[in-house]
Design a binder for this molecule. Sequence first.
Ligand SMILES: Cc1cc2nc3c(=O)[nH]c(=O)nc-3n(C[C@H](O)[C@H](O)[C@H](O)COP(=O)(O)OP(=O)(O)OC[C@H]3O[C@@H](n4cnc5c(N)ncnc54)[C@H](O)[C@@H]3O)c2cc1C
Length: 429
Amino acid sequence: MEVKVIGGGLAGCECAYQIAKRGIKVKLFEMKPLKRSDAHHSDALAEVVCSNSFKGNELTNACGLLKEELRTLDSLLIGCADKNRVDAGNALAVDREAFSKAVTDEIRRNPYIEVVCDVVSDIGDGFTAVCTGPLTDDALIPAMKAHTGEFLYFFDAAAPIVTADSIDYDKAFFMNRYNKGTPDYLNCPMDKEEYFTFLDALLNAQTAPVKDFEKKAVFESCMPVEIMAARGADTLRFGPLKPVGLDTDKKHYAVLQLRREKTGGELYNLVGFQTHLTFPEQKRVFSLIPALKNAEFVRYGVMHKNVFINAPELLDDSFALKSQPNVYFCGQISGVEGYVESIASGLVAGIDIARRLTGKNSVAFPTNCVIGALADYISHAEGAHFQPMNANFGLLPYLDCRDKIKKKELLAQRSLENLKHFIQSNEIL
Ligand SMILES: Cc1cc2nc3c(=O)[nH]c(=O)nc-3n(C[C@H](O)[C@H](O)[C@H](O)COP(=O)(O)OP(=O)(O)OC[C@H]3O[C@@H](n4cnc5c(N)ncnc54)[C@H](O)[C@@H]3O)c2cc1C
């Protein structure tokens, strides 16, 4: 039996390595150097397309904890990142060329992996992992659509997400417009003075640079909140800050609504606040909304071209299609967001494929560690509003501790213990 992995990026290389490590042959298809996306420049596998940072490395950072979980699971790519790191304070940043070369060398010398240079246009129905990333080549789109139906999105215009316990509930209230249905929305009102302070900061905030290929694809179809604001002083009050139907004992001048991001209510999404502000500016400007003064942002808003599938409708918690379990989608295309998260999804899918091909049962990673919680989110989030998700502590089950730092330490300890127990009891390594 031979497995096909399409895409030799971060997810694809990790996936291929995990399958090969378990004695199964893999054909890894990569279109470079035959063809490159607008964001890929090198001919190496596992190219780091933008920032060279793999984000925080400490266990009190959810992405740092995810990296430690990946080390425990013998991730090839995190191992190569550790060996090729450059100084970056508490973050794990890499020498991008040395990192990609290290991964490419490991993959090419692996006797179980054959790298095939091809622009793939067919998925087939044998064991296949589609890891073609957010800039998947157009040649594969018709085949992907055949497997995913209409559940394929082309733009990632995501609004920021904050943790529930960082919101000031004295300055917010639960209510649906016109009191319809159960009060699911958390409303963050502003008076006139607060609104104009916010508007002024928003209009003068710094935006992230836009790549040429993103301009047409993204901004024409989905308007960032700062561009909307520039159209007139009241535009936002007729858009995402519309106060209508939300009067309590007093009339509000503008109201931002937060929508639950996770069923347990640990995370909230800033409704309609897709934005292209830089991450520090998002924190500074959105924290001017009184209820969000001390908000902890677990994901910032992003806007870039990004092909991803509606994973909750389509995938199980091993990244396999529910309708066709031999076909897996992992990496950014599966709806995880970020380098490390893409690697993690490739690892989960690779282990699952190898287990199934060696007569072992498919096991879901535990949801009380970050890698399992992310897989669980991807497969069980609400499909109607699905947007890519990165590693964050809000995905983990609740832990009662008021001290924020201590809480993160306890969550990290709990995650690593659970993962080790899971590895042992299911013979994962
Ligand atoms: C412009 C941009 C900037 C980003 N910046 C960051 C960042 O700074 N930090 C961060 O954490 N995340 C960032 N991301 C998000 C994400 O983490 C990266 O895109 C990451 O590389 C995703 O890994 P992947 O394995 O899913 O895809 P990729 O690493 O892109 O790998 C996909 C591979 O598939 C190949 N391929 C595509 N189509 C085909 C085909 N039909 N046949 C054969 N091969 C094919 C490609 O050549 C590529 O090598 C960014 C994304 C984009 C688009």
